[in-house]
Design a protein around this ligand. Sequence first.
Ligand code: DAH
Length: 336
Amino acid sequence: MKEQIARVQAAALEQIAAAGCMKELENARIAILGKKGTLTQVQQSMKDVPKEDKPAVGALLNAAREAISAAMEARTLELQKQADAAAVAGVDITLPGGSLPAGGLHPISIVREEAVRILRRMGFTLADGPEIEDEWHCFDALNTPSDHPARNEKDTFYFDSGKLLRTQTSTVQARVMEKQAPPVRIICPGSAFRRDAIDATHLSAFNQIEGLYVDHAVGVGDLKGTLEYFLKALFGNDTAVRFRPHFFPFTEPSFEIDVLLQATGQEPRWIEIAGCGMVNPAVFENIDRETGKSLYANCTGFAFGIGLERLAMIRWGIRDIRLLIENDVRFLAQFQ
Ligand code: DAH
């Protein structure tokens, strides 16, 4: 019996050492330790061993089993190592990896973040409102009567429900004042939509930043100082800015702001980038009537709405607004 164990063990170790791949090693395991395996068979003949020899024979069997398991494990590791080496054979794993091209922010995102950063530093906080709006917030609250051309079906995207895609971020002015008592100092970056014919300076889906400052004794000087400071912080101290009298239903007096665009290879030209003005008292009355409170009765304030695409055009001398929505990587890669 003892000799038989020694023989089986020696044969098993040889078989394991000879296995050239995982499959052969698995076959060897079955041939040795499987149901009809060589070691299993020897183990089964334990019952014929005389009682007094059992402990010694049992110890031998255990030792054989352990030696075989250890050999299997060692051979598995060796084979794995060989397979790994074969997989990278001929490959120089010390070479640096190839790099993937990194994406970057869209120029609109870049100016929006810069504009928000400057205005927040000046004390404005961020506000938000929905892009799908009702006529009250987009027009009525903002003193825009139903015969105003902005409300024409040809100028605005209406839904069957009567709701519309907001034509301006000014909607957020009404939404904030309905909920909050003065003072109000908010900005709201967001998208706006108009049925405009698309050309070099107009898109039908575009982006604005709205601003609203309401308190007691806010004057035109505050408006002008705030916006001039903002535009110079954004474009540099020598930026040429002009305020032109204009009309908006929700401000009185109202202005449009132009900044000089100096695009390479083109004559400098004034580009309108924002509308602004002193909040029309009619707007405060509308809000107070709607909420049933009289929080805004004695307030004054200014508001502005800046076109973000226009800011980007001036910042980088972009001559055609459509370049901003074409998503041509050759164009966009310049801003990274
Ligand atoms: N909402 C105007 C537009 O889209 C811009 C504007 C003008 C916003 C005057 C204002 C404002 O807040 O006071 O053309």
